[in-house]
Each structure stands twice: as structure tokens, then as C-alpha cells.
Design a protein around this ligand. Structure first.
Ligand code: FES
Ligand SMILES: [Fe+2]
Length: 337
């Protein structure tokens, strides 16, 4: 079987919020590969983190017009990984082995994305609404969890956990049944829509109110989810959760939301409530074993309520295993569409 790293290297993964990458190089770790990311005159560059000369940490280096200058002996590395300056031997030949592994890097949707393979197998997620500037965006701090990226996206898509894990935030313990819902498989992911009777906190000591919220899920394989919330009482907003695989058992999630720019109080409210909600998820998810996302459907039990996570798992396993994957038919009769 292909390794996890091999399977997911040909996809774009975020390694930092664009706002974090200023004039200093930044460390990142993706699929067990240590990277340094920096801004060039025309874009962003990502290479191996440690210098090819004597292994110095290039995060301590200096971005210059020519490339990233190592702090140890001043060798300078261009964005393609070639050594372009060797101060101890000015004018002399640069050894052909003086190279860093360099990777594709780009900035989009307020994130720095890296693809470790020479050719990406799929484009970045298609989220044009993030590019016209009409919506305001609020970012959460990065979430560094001991959980696999696949399991993280599954919990985002998990309908049945809402009334259990999210008691006390928006989960409705009186509504535990998951009515049947459809899932559409798309070439690049999955799509579903459900209505969830969330609980909105009552104001001034009033009891909570049921807020029938339409949740629209769009997943771009392997690890990017967009989730639009259309509540009846609270504000409409859309959440983006992109789990970046640090290793097979560890992920860093970039999590942000768009909202109408007139809602001035939204960011504070969102950050506070969403961090409480995500803490509920983290406590469950970090305890899940095996940490690595399973590579088959045996060993865990599937029901119709799990339809969306199952369809997602089918897609992500197909990428993991490099083959078509048949999952279970949790509705018993007739299988999945
Ligand atoms: S270790 Fe980087 S230039 Fe020597
Ligand atoms: Fe959750």
C-alpha cells in the first residue's frame, strides 16, 4: 500500500494563514516534511527547512531579492531551491549538489498552500465567494490537534454528534434522531444539506429557543470543508475548515468564517462560541482510536445517519488507496446511491 505521505502529497494543503507570513520566513510541517515558507518579490516560496550546507534552520534566515539567505554561512537559496550565492567562494563554481528540495507554493483565500508533489493531482478548492471582497472574514487561531485530518473533516460532517457532543453550545439534546438525508457525490468531493433544530441561547435568562438551521455541506477532497449555516434566529454565515495533514495522526486545521460586513458584533461572537464548540469536538476527537483514519470500512459500524461521513470516507479512501473504494450500505436496502 502507498504511504500516507505518498497518497496525499499531490494535493494542495494550507500551511499558514497568509496574515502570519510577513517579512520573516515561517516554519511549517506538512506530511512529516519540515518546510520553510517565505515571501519572494512575486509570490511565496516553500523549500526544505534545513540548509543543504550544514543543516541550519532556514527560518532564522533572511529573505533577500535573490532568495533566502541562510544565517549560518550566508548561502542564498532561490525559490526553486538552487544555491544562487556562496559568499565563501565569490565568483567560484557553485557545487551542483547545493540544492534544497523546493515545492509549489501559492497564496489563496487568505492561506498559504503547498503541494509537495511536482504536479498537483487536483486544483485548489473552488470558493469564488472568497475572492470578490464582498464578505467579511473572521479567522480562528490555528487548531493543532492530535487527530488525523480525515477524522477531523468527518467530525465536521457528522450529523449525529451534534445533539450529543454540542450540548451546552448549540446541540439540541431533545432531537437526537437524524432524519434521512441525501448526499451527492461530486467529482471533487461530496455535498449534502440537512436541517438541524439547533438551540439558540435565550437572552436575559430566557430559555433557549429552537433555531431550525439549514446546514449545507460542500467538501473538496481530501481535507477541505465548507459549511453554510442558515439559521432562522442567528446570523447566516459560512464556515471553512481545512485540515492540513502534519502526519497521519496529527493535523493543523485552518478555520474561518465569512459573514455580512454589516454585522459588526459577529466576529467576537463567532470566535467565542466557535472555540467553545470546537473544544467539545477536540475532547472527543483526540480520544478516538485508531488516530489514523481507517483504510477500510471494516472495524467501525455504519448507519444511515453516518451517510455523509461515509460518502466522504469513500472519497478520501479512494485517494489514499489509489483505487475505487466501495463502502457499506448503511440503509440496508438497496445500498447507497
Ligand atoms: S548551514 Fe546554511 S549556509 Fe552553511
Ligand atoms: Fe462538532
Amino acid at each position: 500500500m502507498r504511504s500516507y505521505r505518498e497518497a496525499f502529497s499531490p494535493y494542495w494543503h494550507p500551511v499558514a494563514y497568509a496574515s502570519e507570513l510577513k517579512d520573516r520566513p515561517l516554519a511549517a510541517r506538512l506530511l512529516e516534511t519540515d518546510l520553510v515558507v517565505w515571501r519572494t518579490g512575486s509570490g511565496v516560496a516553500a523549500t526544505q527547512r534545513h540548509c543543504a550546507h550544514r543543516g541550519a534552520d532556514l527560518c532564522a534566515g533572511e529573505p533577500t531579492a535573490e532568495g533566502l539567505r541562510c544565517a549560518f554561512h550566508g548561502w542564498t537559496w532561490g525559490p526553486e531551491g538552487a544555491c544562487v550565492r556562496l559568499p565563501s567562494r565569490p565568483g567560484g563554481p557553485i557545487p551542483p549538489t547545493a540544492r534544497l528540495a523546493a515545492f509549489r507554493a501559492t497564496e489563496r483565500y487568505g492561506l498559504i498552500w503547498v503541494c509537495l508533489a511536482p504536479e498537483p493531482a487536483a486544483p485548489l478548492p473552488h470558493w469564488p465567494e472568497l475572492e470578490d471582497g464582498a464578505l467579511a472574514v473572521v479567522h480562528l487561531p490555528r487548531l493543532d490537534w492530535d487527530a488525523s485530518a480525515g477524522r477531523m473533516i468527518e467530525i465536521v460532517l457528522d450529523v449525529a454528534h451534534l445533539s450529543w457532543v454540542h450540548r451546552g453550545t448549540f446541540g439540541n439534546p431533545d432531537e437526537q434522531e437524524v432524519p434521512p438525508y441525501d448526499v451527492e457525490r461530486r467529482e471533487d468531493g461530496v455535498h449534502a444539506r440537512i436541517i438541524y433544530p439547533a438551540l439558540a441561547p435565550g437572552l436575559d435568562g430566557a430559555p433557549p429557543k429552537v433555531d431550525r438551521t439549514t446546514l449545507t455541506y460542500d467538501v473538496t477532497l481530501p481535507f477541505a470543508a465548507r459549511l453554510a449555516f442558515k439559521p432562522t434566529l442567528f446570523y447566516a454565515h459560512t464556515v471553512y475548515a481545512i485540515a492540513s495533514p502534519v502526519s497521519e495522526e496529527k493535523m493543523r486545521c485552518f478555520y474561518f468564517a465569512t459573514y455580512h460586513p454589516r454585522l459588526r458584533h459577529f466576529p467576537d461572537m463567532f470566535v467565542k462560541s466557535e472555540l467553545a464548540i470546537l473544544e467539545q469536538d477536540r475532547r472527543v476527537l483526540e480520544g478516538v482510536r485508531p488516530r489514523a483514519h481507517p483504510t477500510d470500512f471494516a472495524g467501525e459500524v455504519h448507519t444511515p445517519a453516518d451517510r455523509l461521513p461515509i460518502e466522504y470516507r469513500r472519497g478520501v479512501l479512494a485517494l489514499r488507496l489509489g483505487q475505487h473504494v466501495d463502502g457499506p450500505a448503511p440503509d440496508g436496502a438497496g445500498g447507497m446511491p
